[in-house]
Write a protein that binds this ligand. Structure first.
Ligand SMILES: [Fe+2]
Ligand SMILES: [Fe+2]
Length: 252
């Protein structure tokens, strides 16, 4: 996403849940690297017992998810609202242009990892998350937007995002592995599907443009196979990733 920076992690140290019981939460190690808590947070294990426990299951600070969660429930109850809006605006642009529905669903999902899971390498995490539920072309496009967004394609009017100069500085260079992925992707039969994600990635978040997830109900119905057990409970290769978004502070 060119113009939306990730939200800062507001809680990287030990916190106490606002639950009636004496419940304590651990922060995921990926969020404590570089922090003092990385070395100290497990000290609290010695304090457990006698009614004081680690959080398992529902985080009392979060809305409870339905028993059989659907994609829209994650948009409404878990995703960073600014990123969810970014995804909806991106898909809205693709829809307005009358692009193929595979492109519309790819736009709707392209930053899903940034919305609910992790920012670093978000194209790869997002592609993996959705892989069991979408056409291979869609997950391929989401994975490769990670690389393509750094490289211009004047044939479709895509330039290096001006926002990236502000974000990363004048001299930022994508790492070699992304150059290699880009070179492979541009010769691939699905190149344009991924390229169109970058073309429809809104350069500026527009608070005036209100697009709801309901606007995409039919596209989701046709291009995202929602499991009857609910996302997280269908024992697919990525169910655990959906469950992690349902219960992000499960201790183990
Ligand atoms: Fe984006
Ligand atoms: Fe992105």
């Amino acid at each position: 996403m060119p113009d939306a920076l990730p939200q800062p992690v507001d809680d990287i140290s030990l916190t106490r849940a606002h639950s009636p019981a004496d419940t304590v939460m651990l922060a995921p190690p990926i969020c404590t690297m570089g922090e003092k808590a990385h070395f100290t947070q497990y000290d609290l294990l010695a304090t457990l017992g006698n009614g004081r426990h680690l959080l398992m299951g529902d985080d009392p600070r979060l809305p409870k998810m339905p028993a059989r969660p659907r994609l829209a429930d994650f948009f409404q109850h878990r995703f960073v609202p600014m990123v969810a809006n970014h995804l909806l605006q991106s898909a809205g642009l693709a829809k307005k242009k009358g692009l193929d529905e595979k492109v519309i669903i790819a736009c709707l999902l392209h930053d899903i990892a940034m919305a609910g899971l992790i920012t670093s390498d978000h194209g790869y995490w997002g592609a993996q998350l959705i892989e069991p539920y979408v056409d291979e072309e869609v997950s391929w496009a989401v994975r490769h937007h990670q690389a393509l967004r750094y490289f211009p394609d004047e044939s479709v009017g895509y330039s290096y995002p001006e926002a990236y100069v502000r974000y990363f500085g004048n001299d930022y260079q994508p790492p070699d592995y992304l150059h290699q992925v880009y070179e492979q992707a541009r010769r691939h039969k699905w190149y344009m599907t991924s390229r169109l994600i970058t073309v429809n990635d809104p350069y500026a978040f527009d608070p005036q443009t209100v697009v709801g997830i309901d606007d995409f109900e039919e596209v989701i119905g046709r291009h995202f196979m929602q499991p009857k057990e609910g996302l997280g409970f269908d024992n697919s290769p990525t169910s655990h990733m959906w469950r992690t978004m349902i219960w992000p502070r499960n201790s183990l």
